[in-house]
Design a binder for this molecule. Structure first.
Ligand SMILES: Cc1ncc(COP(=O)(O)O)c(C=O)c1O
Length: 422
């Protein structure tokens, strides 16, 4: 009989990389069961999509209720109250004490595309500055903004123009905030007039790039530079949003506010929904009909998102993220005593990562990170790697994970790291 993997390889483009060969049968909170009945603890959460756990009962209930009423009208044709109300809620809870507006789309990449469109329309400028190591999606503008060539840009031809990159400050890799800002200054002197720059976009914590938080000094300086030159600051919170970092949004860790923010992933707890929220006058830059999309703000995604916001508040998930992240980092620090390959443990809230170097060469070791990932998978724990060097394991378990399942995962993690050394 042909295996599912063989069928997958024959039927699906190899361009869709798949990190496991587990075929999901059902999932509940932080656990997934495959077709054969094997159970896995999910420390990927669909890449930060189910911060509120797989099939949170309140999310499921909200979506079921919506299914019984209507499933699609296209909000641009016949809108619905829940759509307007969710925009009101996002305008209220996103950082910034000023009038805001929102647009709903379907994916994170689409949110990024629209944030750039809005910034260009509002400023009448076209250039955009992003950071090396940043990830902003797989559409053309998302890809152009992304600061990693393999696998995201390779083979896809000319990128949209007027996109510039500067190094992201990562002290561990020898780049500090001053160097990063010096590169930006040089960019403005050598390559692009800041008066032509519509926006600077960054993730408050780089996600795919390796879970590196943006230093507060960088964020403050970027805000000043933006204000000085009339440039808009876009925070890409697609991966960092919705309690992951111990705050509803990672930008709440900083004393500066972005002009525009992108959201997706955990916004709707497993249903496709994304949004851009920002200053009302900027959001009104594009003319009527310039924004939107057939499925943008789908009724099921909107219903799910209302439940997600309620769950985060009622279950104190920001606090819970802090607790779980604290425990995880403590456990990793203990493991580090026996594993010199661990060179860094980091991340706010429950957006944590561990970085590995080769014990002999002290160079980044993607091989070690991958060995840990595969051993853990064998033992029933799903982990994800990330980072420009591929030597980082990132932890993205649902924030609703039960204590006993979390403890079990910690034991598997420790055993996997120690076994990878053998
Ligand atoms: C920060 C960031 N921006 C954009 C995206 C793209 O989102 P999507 O895969 O939903 O298009 C991602 C996805 O990982 C992301 O992490």
């Amino acid at each position: 009989m042909t295996s599912l993997t063989d069928r997958k390889n024959a039927a699906i483009s190899r361009g869709v990389g798949m990190t496991t060969q587990i075929y999901a049968d059902r999932a509940e909170n932080s656990e997934i069961w495959d077709k054969e009945g094997n159970r896995y603890i999910d420390f990927a959460a669909g890449i930060a999509v189910v911060n509120t756990g797989h099939r949170h009962p309140r999310v499921i209930e909200a979506v079921k209720a919506q299914l019984d009423r209507f499933t699609h009208t296209c909000a641009q044709v016949v809108p619905y109250e829940s759509y307007v109300h969710l925009a009101e809620r996002l305008n209220e809870i996103t950082p910034g004490d000023f009038a805001k507006k929102t647009v709903f789309v379907t994916t994170g990449a689409e949110a990024v595309e629209n944030a750039v469109k809005i910034a260009r329309a509002a400023t009448g400028r076209s250039a955009v500055v992003a950071f090396s190591g940043g990830f902003h999606g797989r559409t053309f503008m998302g890809m152009a903004l992304t600061g990693k060539v393999v696998p995201y840009k390779v083979g896809f031809g000319a990128m949209p123009g007027d996109v510039f990159h500067v190094p992201f400050p990562i002290e561990l890799h020898g780049v500090n905030v001053e160097q990063s800002l010096a590169a930006l200054k040089k960019l403005f002197a050598a390559d692009v007039d800041p008066a032509r720059v519509a926006a600077i976009i960054l993730e408050p914590v780089q996600g795919e790039g390796g879970f590196y938080p943006a230093p507060a000094a960088l964020m403050r300086a970027l805000r000043d530079i933006c204000d000085q030159h009339g440039i808009l600051l876009i925070a890409d919170e697609v991966q960092t949003g919705f309690a992951r970092t111990g705050k509803m949004f990672a930008m709440e860790h900083y004393d500066v506010v972005p002009d525009l923010m992108t959201m997706a992933k955990s916004l709707a707890g497993g249903f496709p929904l994304a949004a851009v929220t920002g200053r009302a006058e900027i959001m009104d830059g594009p003319g009527p009909g310039g924004l939107g999309g057939t499925y943008g703000g789908s009724p099921m995604g909107i219903a799910a998102a209302h439940a997600v916001l309620d769950v985060i508040k009622d279950e104190n998930l920001c606090e819970r993220a802090e607790q779980l992240g604290g425990r995880l980092k403590q456990r990793l620090a203990a493991i580090r005593e026996q594993a010199p390959e661990i060179v860094d443990i980091r991340g706010p809230g429950f957006m944590n990562a561990v970085e590995f170097n080769d014990a002999k060469t002290n160079l980044p070791s993607a091989d070690f990170a991958n060995r840990v990932r595969l051993i853990a998978l064998e033992k029933g724990l799903i982990l994800l790697t990330c980072g420009v060097h591929g030597n980082v394991i990132r932890f993205l378990a649902p924030i609703t994970i039960q204590d006993e399942v979390f403890a079990e995962a910690m034991d598997i993690l420790e055993a996997s790291i120690l076994e990878a050394r053998a």
